[in-house]
Design a protein around this ligand. Sequence first.
Ligand code: TYM
Length: 352
Amino acid sequence: MTNQNSASPASAPDVVKQRPPRILSGIQPSGQLTIGNYLGALKQWAALQSQYDSFYCIVDMHAITVPQDPAELREASVRNAALYLACGLETKHCTIFIQSHVSAHSELGWILNCMTPMGWLNRMTQFKDKSAKMQADSIGSGLFTYPTLMAADILLYQTDLVPVGDDQKQHVELTRDLAQRFNSMYGETFTIPNVMIPVAGARVMGLDTPTAKMSKSEKADGHAVFLLDPLDKVRKKIMRATTDSDRVIKFSTDPERAGVNNLLTIYQAFTERSREDIEAQFDSKGYGDLKKTVAEAVAEGLKPIQERYNQLMGEKGYIYEVLKKSADRANEVASTTLDLVRDRIGFVKPLR
Ligand code: TYM
């Protein structure tokens, strides 16, 4: 894993200096989670959890920046909580909570909105990509201000590290800029967070279109492997993945070789082996061998996750219990920061 901003100094207000380092990250409960979400986010969350006080959020307020079916949103939120646990997150290390259960997120999101220059938001490539696929009059303003709510998520917990896939790097950079701006306007308030991007799996590409990021909202059947796909379907999807007419099995940045590179990257991320090792393994092998081997590695990686998930979904009471306890802890931490922010910007302290 690379810590891309590690050279930047972290700062923290006095109230938070005496504590273990913190992580915050989140995934939207929209649709089914993909192996992109797993390799870019969940897998590294699990790997980091024992070294940090970790906050992992189910960001339902981000999900509603595009239309959602209420019943599906509710179901996807609980399903994501179960998947976080099934992917190895442990409650002794992690606070796993639903964003809308902690109202401080909306409040700080609004405050940050008021001090974010429009020009900063105009530069966000994710907004440009998402809005380009929508009718102009159906684009909600929440999609535009999505990054300020994400900044609120991160800054409320005085977060040191934000493990995410490559596509979220720009949002974390905006968060750093906002925190620095706030601190210089009002005095030390927020910790400046660093982004962490995994070495392998930072940008898993679509199996059908290996030049585009694998996305949970893409409808084409052969595009994404979902964490809860039946394992036979996982294998079939990988066997049908787009490759090229060449025969070389090597990691490559050539767009013509994007399909093979993507399969190798997925394999590297699941097996945690070196590139050299992997290239040697496939030396003088064909694309059929490559696909079969990758399909098996992915199926093997997903099997225990699916088993644990099915078990957890049979114990929904436990999941609600985890979410309740976590929301209490998250509320406690978030409200400390929010109180400080309210004071800094000149809001009158309410009588308690
Ligand atoms: P979301 O749900 O779009 O993505 C969740 C996480 O999965 C990663 N990811 C990928 N990684 C590698 N390859 C892919 N194809 C791929 N697709 C998705 C994303 O980079 C992300 O880490 N805006 C965030 C959610 C969020 C958040 C936060 C994250 C809200 N508040 C605070 C960190 C901190 C998002 O992208 O969700």
